[in-house]
Design a protein around this ligand. Structure first.
Ligand SMILES: *Cc1c(COP(=O)(O)O)cnc(C)c1O
Length: 436
């Protein structure tokens, strides 16, 4: 392997290189300002150091030598790698809308290490550790608070919970970074989950291909391969992160039959540009990674300076939809504060809708009409499927129950409106006993 100029500089300082050994990288993770200064030869003034130290005390610093080596040291102040990994005093500005746990993950946690938000899938926090602490982390509240991996037995309650909830068909390993677990431990966790009969797929969310691609070893691949169907979502935010080492790691994963997706966060001053996101998405699909989500930056504490207005995301989607391959565009989502889950947001394409005719516009600005059928015999749906002429094979299909807007749309459910549990008018009705 040929080291770039930065890497050569770094390895000269950290003698005897084992650059591609991920455990070496972890051992030499940069955790102090002093280490960062020594390696990068960037010098901060005393004043800067004081405020940076204060920032690090609140939100710790950790960067892998590999990720540091991607910083363009000549232009570091606006460098996307630097901005994602090196603390900014702006993190100390907490504004009133911000929360330590904006997605209410802790409230939706029925047992330790598990978040259950959606009906059929759960999030399992298997590790508190990350090799790199992203400055824009939505779980900043947890970063470095207990730098530990739970002992296997600690996860047993979570496994039992999944076992007892037969609706859970998708288990998502998250953290921290699940690939911080030692191979044997990860193998054990995956094995335990895969033994649960109703779990159909396992997912892993990891930033290793971005911040430490050498973690993807042939030994790891051998383990992951055993647990198909396995999906991995990674977290590239900028095309500059797609290096040769990253490409190699991605190829190893895909070649092992693992389905790869990418979740990006829209970040002010880093990737809030249609051209950057488009290039990123196209590079991802070139490497067989499907752009999955583009996140609006969460309302976590200390992220004010990273946030863009929603219209920036819509503008970016406008430059992707129609302009490039359909599978090169992520779904732009806002993760609802309070725990409502991910809500997709898109540009508007329907201009008007008359009787049996819809007026649409395309990405070029052409206004077009789509004639809907004059007669359409709706199939009455009792959600039971027994008397339906459409042939769903009942034995293989999951049982159907519905909530929310879907329920309002159904033919048989008597619900005509969804009313918040706290509603003054309904309360008044109850008080005046004019209910019913
Ligand atoms: C994002 C998320 C999931 C997975 O959602 P998908 O839309 O299926 O990718 C599951 N649980 C929680 C708590 C989440 O935040």
């Amino acid at each position: 392997m040929i080291l770039n100029e930065n890497q050569q500089k770094i390895t000269k300082r950290i003698k005897k290189t084992k650059w591609e050994d991920w455990t070496w990288q972890i051992k030499h993770t940069i955790k102090t300002l002093k280490q960062f200064e020594q390696i990068t030869e960037i010098k901060f003034s005393e004043e800067e150091k004081n405020i940076l130290d204060e920032t690090i005390r609140k939100f710790p610093l950790s960067i892998t030598p590999y990720y540091v080596s991607l910083i363009d040291l000549k232009n570091y102040k606006t460098d996307p790698v630097y901005l994602q990994s090196f603390p900014s005093p702006k993190e100390l500005d907490v504004c009133v809308h911000e929360m330590s746990d904006p997605l209410s993950e802790d409230k939706d946690s029925p047992v330790p290490h598990l978040t259950h938000r959606y009906p059929d899938r759960v999030l399992l926090h298997v590790s508190n550790l990350c090799s790199m602490y992203c400055r824009h982390c939505t779980r900043k509240r947890k970063v470095g608070d207990r730098d530990s991996i739970p002992v296997f037995e600690e996860l047993e309650k979570a496994f039992k919970y999944i076992e007892n909830n037969t609706k859970v068909r998708d288990v998502l390993l998250s953290g921290g970074d699940p690939l911080m677990l030692p191979d044997d431990y990860l193998d054990k966790v995956l094995n335990r989950i895969s033994q649960i009969p109703h779990v159909e797929i396992i997912r892993i969310g990891t930033r290793m291909p971005v911040v430490l691609p050498y973690r993807i070893t042939t030994k790891l691949i051998k383990i992951l391969k055993k647990y198909q169907p396995l999906y991995i979502n990674t977290h590239f935010n900028h095309p500059r992160e797609i290096t040769n080492s990253a490409k190699k790691a991605l190829a190893m994963l895909v070649n092992a039959g693992i389905v790869l997706g990418n979740q990006s966060v829209l970040l002010s001053g880093i990737n809030d540009c249609p051209r950057i996101i488009k290039t990123l998405c196209q590079k991802l699909v070139q490497n067989r990674v499907r752009p999955y989500y583009l996140y609006q930056c969460d309302l976590s504490e200390g992220l004010t300076h990273f946030r863009t207005p929603i219209n920036k995301g819509i503008e970016i989607l406008e430059s992707l939809i129609g302009h490039t391959s359909g599978f090169a565009r992520p779904t732009y989502v806002i993760d609802a504060p309070g725990g409502g889950g991910k809500i997709p947001v898109e540009p508007n394409y329907i201009i008007s809708h008359g009787t049996n005719k819809v007026i649409l516009r395309n990405y070029e600005g052409i206004i077009t009409t789509y004639k809907e059928p004059d007669s359409y015999e709706a199939t009455f749906c009792d959600r039971d499927c027994v008397n339906c002429k459409l042939q769903l094979n009942l034995e293989e299909a999951n049982k159907f129950s519905t909530i929310g807007i879907e329920k309002l749309l159904s033919n048989t459910d008597k619900t005509i409106s969804l009313i918040p549990s706290v509603n003054q008018r309904i309360k008044r009705r109850e008080k005046n006993k004019i209910n019913k």
